[in-house]
Design a protein. Structure first.
Length: 322
């Protein structure tokens, strides 16, 4: 019997939940292919295929799907609505399976199971059992695969909290630390598919490391702590999961890292939620006199211009603290 091949795009939720799905599919001996790391060609293809008004990450998702679709038997694009029972994913995430289905012809079948813990308790488990059954496995096998996914996801999140880079290396025994330890601490905040994609972030992580900057990211703050810091005004929190993650970790860093030297917000052109997130962070950082820089990335942003701005930002902080 031939084993079906399932395609996963190396962007968006990949940086947040890939270890869960990898553990799940591996446990069922199903073969997965992840699209290759982002390149100019992938981004250009996405820009060509997606709606012009889409934000950069959605265009990029199209580009990754375009490279995968002829190599796999199924495209895996789950519709993750809610996992923590408090926030939902950006509406553009929720529309992804439909956007892809109606944009390309001759696609392999799209697996777009819905996960929404608000309307159905244990929604992820139920979706996993359905998926296992779709591929002909028993409930028991599905449950074991789910448990393996959870185990790998917890392992991964633990590594992120310690400062490891979320690439394939996190699943081996000797992952590399991505951030140097230093007294010069900068919070690099943004959605994981911007911060950790080395093409999209224009190598800013590497640049900060080379300049002996310790980088703090939202993923280093565990969920129970972030959850405590999420309400930003009048006990309200943001609706969108990744925006909530950025803002709550920002609040945490402001209040708990006394030697925080500055904050860089990496944002994508065309992102609706970030208009709100960026403004709130800019005002709060200003009140605390913490230097704040917004870097907006689009398909035309060049590495040289971005590096110049970050260099100037670091110089300004150093001069200020002399
Ligand atoms: S949160 Fe912003 S960048 Fe991310 S998919 Fe939604 S609109 Fe695009």
């Amino acid at each position: 019997m031939t084993v079906p091949v399932i395609g996963i795009a190396r962007t968006l939720n990949y940086y947040a939940y890939y270890p869960f799905w990898q553990g799940f599919f591996d446990s069922l001996n199903l073969k997965t292919i992840v699209s290759s790391p982002t390149t100019k060609e992938i981004l250009d293809q996405g820009v060509k295929d997606a709606l012009a008004e889409a934000c950069l990450p959605i265009k990029l998702f199209f580009g990754h799907i375009a490279t995968l679709k002829s190599k796999v038997d199924y495209l895996f694009i789950p519709r993750i609505v809610n996992l923590n029972r408090k926030t939902v994913y950006c509406p553009k995430f929720l529309g992804l399976p439909d956007m892809i289905k109606y944009s390309y012809e001759n696609l392999p079948p799209v697996i777009d199971l819905r996960v929404d813990n608000r309307s159905l308790k244990d929604s992820l488990l139920i979706a996993s059992l359905k998926l296992a059954s779709f591929f002909g496995f028993s409930k028991l096998r599905g449950f074991k695969a789910y448990r393996e996914g959870i185990r790998q996801q917890n392992f991964y999140e633990n590594l992120l909290q310690k400062g490891y880079l979320p690439v394939n290396e996190v699943n081996v025994n000797s992952p590399k630390l991505f951030s140097v330890k230093s007294s010069f601490k900068i919070a690099l905040l943004g959605y994981p598919y911007l911060v950790y994609d080395n093409y999209v972030n224009l190598k800013i992580l590497e640049f900060l490391n080379k300049n002996n900057v310790q980088v703090l990211t939202a993923e280093q703050v565990p969920w129970p702590i972030r959850n405590k810091y999420a309400p930003f005004t009048n006990k309200k929190r943001l609706f969108w999961t990744f925006s909530d993650r950025v803002l709550s970790s920002f609040q945490y860093f402001l209040k708990n890292v006394p030697d925080l030297k500055g904050i860089i917000h990496l944002t994508a052109f065309g992102c609706g939620p970030d208009f709100i997130v960026d403004r709130i962070m800019e005002i709060d950082a200003g009140e605390q006199q913490i230097p704040y820089l917004t870097l907006t990335i689009d398909e035309h942003t060049g590495e040289a211009g971005l590096v110049t701005r970050v260099e100037a930002f670091l110089d300004m902080i150093k001069r200020k603290s002399r």
